[in-house]
Design a protein around this ligand. Sequence first.
Ligand SMILES: [Zn+2]
Length: 133
Amino acid sequence: MTDPALEPYGDPITGPFWEAAARRVLLIQRCEDCEACQFYPRPICLACESRHLAWIEASGTATIYSLTTVHLRTAPEFEPPYVTALIDLDEGVRMLTIIIGDNPKIGDRVRLAWRERDGLPPLPIWTTEWRKQ
Ligand SMILES: [Zn+2]
């Protein structure tokens, strides 16, 4: 078990996201007043400043907005080279993530996958490989 003091997983704002991730469910916030969706989790709606935010399950489909290949090790769990990308979820929110699969390109459709981690909730990543799952 990782030292809880090192984990950002228990705070009231992001806790529900990580609890769902442990069940391989990707949650994003949707405002109950203006219906805007947002990611990452925040205490207020960025569109109307309402505090009435609900969690919804994301569809798990997205489009690559931008990407780059990382060739240097920046974290122990990420073996270079790997592709990091900004993706637009079908719900309209943008997410920074890792892309797996062959030759991803801007505009490609991607689907949610999960990367397991020892003692931590799985990390949402995205794949270009639709037919293998
Ligand atoms: Zn709102």
